[in-house]
Write a protein that binds this ligand. Structure first.
Ligand SMILES: CC(=O)SCCNC(=O)CCNC(=O)[C@H](O)C(C)(C)COP(=O)(O)OP(=O)(O)OC[C@H]1O[C@@H](n2cnc3c(N)ncnc32)[C@H](O)[C@@H]1OP(=O)(O)O
Length: 586
């Protein structure tokens, strides 16, 4: 390649030269050898030995992160044909525990190249030697950048060998993930601006100070810790970070918590052999079943060390779950902060939890089976019951956590296994009976909910159960969506109970899917309305998030829009200002 011929805005293009695809330097010279080198995927197999494990005989997350970084780097370099460095690794959720004696298989390939950076997808599975059973340990995505040549950045060639449907899906999703990744800091800053409103959720009664968990540890970077370019290996840094974080978490918990996930690791700058790395870890906050530890890494060369001038090269947040060991308590103690910095970290952990949850659900691209059930005479009663019961159960769940709070409106989220649900609580100056009648007439909803383009009554089953056909506007250049839902409303049986307006998808022959719309489904949604005083009420809207609903709330979940709060505000205005004629129509 002639760099001069392809310099573009200070960027050097990589053209598709033979050696980049592994055709040059192919030692075997055989057809078989060539096709192996041409494969975009890089694979690693490791037998898990005691030296890879923690004191419980389980593969240490630090060791796994090292392997992940090595293989991802090799996949990136295979695509780029040049030395590459890790810019970041997205959130990783550890799904399976790996034990000594089992076999780890890791595969990595470049999903998409952007300009100077590329996304590498990594899949880790564990195989039990005795049973042969394979289980997924985690999926990870890292971003690599071809190491700049002097001041010149290298522009990468595109990924052009998309063969399987999965390759195409990963290619398409890679740009979506990149958007979330690069938006991460903005989303965080935006949500932090409102974080003072979350203070009400603080745990002032707690006795345990986060300061008790503070850890500081130093490492000297030696040649075995460096990668093949002389920089400290990203995986090694992550392993050291995991070590410091685990000590901090166990100081609070009094036993060994399980590392459940890591938040995005961002490599802000390089370090190299001879650097001293100082790791500072502290528990930032605890939630019901998890806690967050923040780790900061500072690097010093010999001169910087004597001058006390640190280079901040990395910060990461690790999430631990309470031990699954029955002998230990299943929840973490709540913590209190004792300084302004502690308070910032405490609130930031709440905000990060929200972003993490959003990223996880937005990117899971979970395949759902059909959620709607056919509406027919034989199951009408059952479906209406099921509709109301599902909403009652959803509303009664434990674990709702405040995500945003403003006067009259609070948004909560609840994650249980792989299901995410949202709750929007509104305080309205009308009676609960009036709110009930207005909200159960779905044909009025397009007047206050901009996510509804139209809503038509399809069938009146009885006074309290109706079928509606709803159309919704297009999002992200997709087709507009439509839903067919059963609305079941119930008045309280006794004083103190709530009014219920429940919604769920059904299929009816009279409204077949329309090619101009993506037929979508809602599993469980609706309103619970209860008296707050004689003239005011509390309206709680619930929605168990499905892939059909996600596009309309994704921005809200990830923090770049306030559409839920805006819709709630419009709902309050509608309820408080609706004319008497509309109410008389019931
Ligand atoms: C294999 C190993 O173990 S390497 C050792 C560990 N890693 C390191 O030491 C790397 C340390 N970090 C660095 O040297 C630098 O921060 C770099 C080279 C990663 C980025 O340098 P910057 O000057 O910040 O780069 P710049 O802002 O121009 O961005 C370059 C590209 O990286 C992308 N990028 C930058 N930060 C991130 C991030 N946190 N996540 C994802 N992509 C990122 C940018 O979007 C851009 O992509 P594009 O050109 O495709 O649009």
């Amino acid at each position: 390649m002639n760099p001069d011929s392809s310099v573009l805005n200070g960027t050097v293009d990589i053209v598709n030269e033979g050696h980049l695809n592994g055709t040059a330097g192919d030692s075997s010279g055989t057809e078989e050898g060539k096709s192996f080198n041409m494969m975009p995927e890089v694979e690693m197999c490791q037998s898990v030995l005691p030296c890879h494990a923690n004191h419980k005989g389980r593969l240490s997350a630090g060791q796994l992160l090292k392997w992940i970084d090595i293989i991802a780097c090799l996949a990136a370099e295979k695509h780029a044909g040049l030395p590459c460095v890790t810019a970041s690794i997205d959130d990783i959720q550890f799904e399976e525990t790996v034990r000594v004696g089992q076999i780890i298989n890791i595969k990595a390939k470049v999903n998409r190249a952007f300009n100077t950076s590329m996304e590498v997808g990594i899949r880790v599975v564990v195989q039990d030697v005795l049973t042969g059973v394979l289980k997924r340990v985690c999926v990870a995505y890292s971003t690599f950048v071809a190491k700049p040549v002097g001041t010149q950045k290298i522009r990468l060639k595109p990924v052009d060998c998309l063969t399987t449907a999965e390759d195409h899906l990963e290619y398409a999703l890679a740009s979506e993930r990149r958007r979330l990744r690069l938006y991460n800091e903005d989303a965080f800053t935006k949500l932090m601006q409102d974080s003072h409103l979350l203070k009400a959720n603080g745990k002032e009664s707690s006795q345990i100070s986060t300061e008790r968990t503070r850890v500081q540890s130093i490492e000297l970077v030696l040649p075995p810790h460096a990668n093949h370019h002389g920089n400290t290996f990203g995986g090694q840094i992550m392993a050291w970070m995991e070590n410091a974080a685990t000590v901090a978490a166990s100081r609070l918990y009094g036993t060994y918590p399980t590392l459940k996930s890591v938040d995005m690791f961002k490599f802000r700058g390089p370090s190299s052999v001879g650097d001293r790395l100082v790791f500072k870890a502290i528990v930032n906050n605890t939630f019901q079943k998890s806690l967050e530890v923040g780790v900061r890494v500072e690097a010093y060369d010999c001169e910087e060390w004597t001058q006390g001038k640190a280079r901040h090269i990395n910060s990461a947040f690790l999430i631990y779950n309470a031990s699954s060991d029955k002998a230990h308590t299943q929840t973490f103690p709540s913590v209190k902060y004792t300084s302004k910095d502690g308070q910032r970290r405490y609130l930031a952990a709440i905000v990060r939890k929200r972003i993490r949850l959003a990223r996880k659900h937005i990117l899971s691209s979970k395949e759902e089976g059909p959620l709607s059930v056919p509406w027919d005479k034989s199951n009408q009663v059952y479906l209406s019951y099921n509709n109301v019961a599902a909403l009652t159960v959803l509303a009664g769940k434990h674990g709702w956590e405040v995500n945003s709070s403003q006067p009259k409106i609070r948004v909560y989220m609840n994650e249980e296994l792989d299901t995410l649900s949202v709750q929007v609580e509104m305080h309205v100056r009308v009676s609960s009976l009036q709110a009930f009648f207005l909200l159960s007439d779905l044909s009025l909803r397009p007047s206050w909910d901009r996510h509804y383009s139209s809503c038509e009554e399809v069938q009146v089953v009885n006074e309290d159960d109706k079928l509606y056909h709803i159309t919704c506007p297009a999002v992200n250049k997709d087709k507009p969506r439509d839903f067919v839902v059963l609305m079941s409303r119930r008045q309280p049986c006794k004083e103190g109970d709530s009014y219920i307006v429940a919604l769920r998808s059904v299929t009816v022959a009279s409204v077949p899917p329309d090619p101009d719309y993506t037929r979508s489904e809602v599993l469980c949604a609706g309103f619970l309305i209860s008296d707050a005083s004689s003239a005011t009420c509390k309206v709680s809207y619930y929605n168990q998030v499905t892939s059909g609903v996600l596009p309309y709330i994704a921005g809200n979940l990830a923090g770049w829009s306030k559409s839920m709060e805006e819709t709630a505000s419009s709902c309050i205005e509608f309820l408080e200002n609706v004319t008497d004629q509309k109410i008389c129509a019931f």
